[in-house]
Design a protein around this ligand. Structure first.
Ligand SMILES: [Zn+2]
Length: 143
């Protein structure tokens, strides 16, 4: 759907950086991956966790999960920030299928790191991941 040369990774370290100035509300990149069910997501997530490997996914409104772990693109490397500059939205592609796209929440300058807020609704008994994003608005946990 969207494959814009707006972002890049650095050769060292992780994270994703803007490669050009991006205007507020512009689509930055599609978050691609395998389409799987929530049941399959839970299975894969615990397999990854047992192996000590990261698992990357986004769950869409209809319950479809985009699993970027093995077949994802650069979007899966965008890190969490409590003061994000991109948001994750669903967008209809030309083929009528919905995809997950990262949009700029404000003007982003070339060279700036992209950050998205990974937070999800509260769930009872969930273990929270401590956040070290360093933002003044940091709430202390990632999800
Ligand atoms: Zn934070």
């Amino acid at each position: 759907m969207l494959d814009l040369p707006r972002i890049r990774r650095r050769s060292t370290g992780d994270g994703v950086y803007a490669n050009e100035d991006v205007k507020k509300d512009a689509a930055v990149v599609e978050y691609t991956g395998e389409r799987i069910s929530e049941e399959e997501r839970d299975k894969r997530e615990s397999q990854c966790s047992a192996l000590g490997q990261p698992f990357y996914s986004v769950t869409m409104g209809d319950g479809t999960v985009v699993d970027a772990t093995y077949f994802g693109n650069i979007a899966r490397w965008v890190k969490h920030g409590c003061d994000p500059n991109v948001s994750v939205e669903e967008m209809e592609g030309r083929n009528g299928e919905f995809g997950v796209v990262l949009f700029a929440l404000r003007d982003i300058s070339s060279g700036e790191e992209l950050l998205w807020d990974y937070s999800v609704p509260e769930e009872e008994g969930r273990v929270r991941t401590v956040c070290t994003c360093g933002s003044e608005k940091c709430r202390g946990y990632i999800d």
